[in-house]
Ligand binder design. Structure first.
Ligand code: ADP
Ligand code: MG
Length: 271
């Protein structure tokens, strides 16, 4: 998978928004409300974003600002109340059955805590092959790819026979990343993927993500409450507050001349 992709994919150019390049993903007027007793929380309140092929788009904002809701809608873990999500110009927000399954391969998610999302009783080999086999890949081929994926994320092949608890937090996140890549996605949504890790391990996992992104030509949506972390890896940043977008810009612009007061406060609050 890796070698083929490296050979086959022409160097991905970054297309800043505003060019005539068609976005890979286009979210339009996304609304999702949660009813909690008498209260209605608009987790996503008319959100529209474009994600360009090959870019890393950061989604930042304080806890509760609607970042995960947006990410979950994009990977189809959740149906929005209204609004559309287009990929390559086709609405993907109401897919069902086989069409949904086929689509899901194209966008994969990396979660905050791989320990919570990796089956503790499954060996890494199974964790990295079951998704592939559910999509029709034969066992042998799936295992071969799993071993390649382990190498790709900097782990040994012998990890295949071990269990999640035998690895450190950083290593487990590498396994989570390998699992996300197993189905050869075009887009990866990373939701607080390094937030649970120590700062030095954070840096290593960010380097890995950056490297994989370049080598595989991935498009990445990088969700984090930590503006500094977003600054290290993102090309553009979307700042959210209470389910709404308050700012979108290139990283330099957001850091050096933030337009929204909310962004300025976030920058001041960051260590
Ligand atoms: P973030 O990822 O930025 O912390 P979320 O998208 O998780 O924000 O949540 C946005 C808002 O929606 C929060 O107020 C949260 O409590 C609420 N919310 C999210 N998911 C649910 C849910 N499944 N049930 C009820 N409320 C939810
Ligand atoms: Mg979240």
């Amino acid at each position: 998978y890796t070698r083929r992709l490296i050979d086959a994919i022409p160097k991905v150019e970054f297309h800043p928004s505003g060019t005539r390049e068609v976005p890979l993903l286009r979210v339009r007027n996304l609304v999702k409300a949660f009813h909690i007793g008498e209260r209605v929380v608009k987790a996503s309140d008319d959100v529209s974003i474009d994600v360009m092929r090959g870019e890393t788009l950061g989604i930042v904002g304080e806890s509760g600002s609607g970042k995960s809701t947006l990410g979950r809608a994009i990977v189809q873990l959740m149906q929005p109340d209204s609004g559309t999500i287009e990929m390559d110009g086709k609405d993907i927000s109401h897919l069902r059955g086989a069409a949904l399954k086929a689509h899901r391969k194209r966008i994969q998610m990396i979660f905050q805590d791989p320990y919570a999302s990796l089956n503790p009783r499954a060996r890494i080999g199974r964790i990295l092959t079951e998704g592939q086999m559910a999509h029709g890949v034969k066992r042998e081929a799936a295992q071969a790819r799993a071993r390649e994926l382990l190498k790709l994320v900097g782990l040994r092949e012998s990890a295949m026979d071990r269990f999640p608890h035998e690895f450190s937090g950083g290593q487990r996140q590498r396994i989570g990343i390998a699992r996300a890549l197993a189905l050869e996605p075009e887009v990866v949504v990373a939701d607080e993927a390094v937030s649970a890790l120590d700062v030095s391990v954070q840096a290593q996992v960010l380097d890995l993500l950056e490297d994989l992104k370049q080598r595989l030509g991935l498009t990445m949506i990088f969700i984090t409450h930590d503006l500094r972390v977003a600054g290290k890896i993102c090309d553009r940043i979307v700042v959210m507050q209470k389910g709404r977008i308050v700012e979108i810009g290139r990283v330099e612009q957001v850091f050096l001349s933030p337009r929204a007061e909310y962004t300025r406060n976030l920058l001041e609050a960051a260590p």
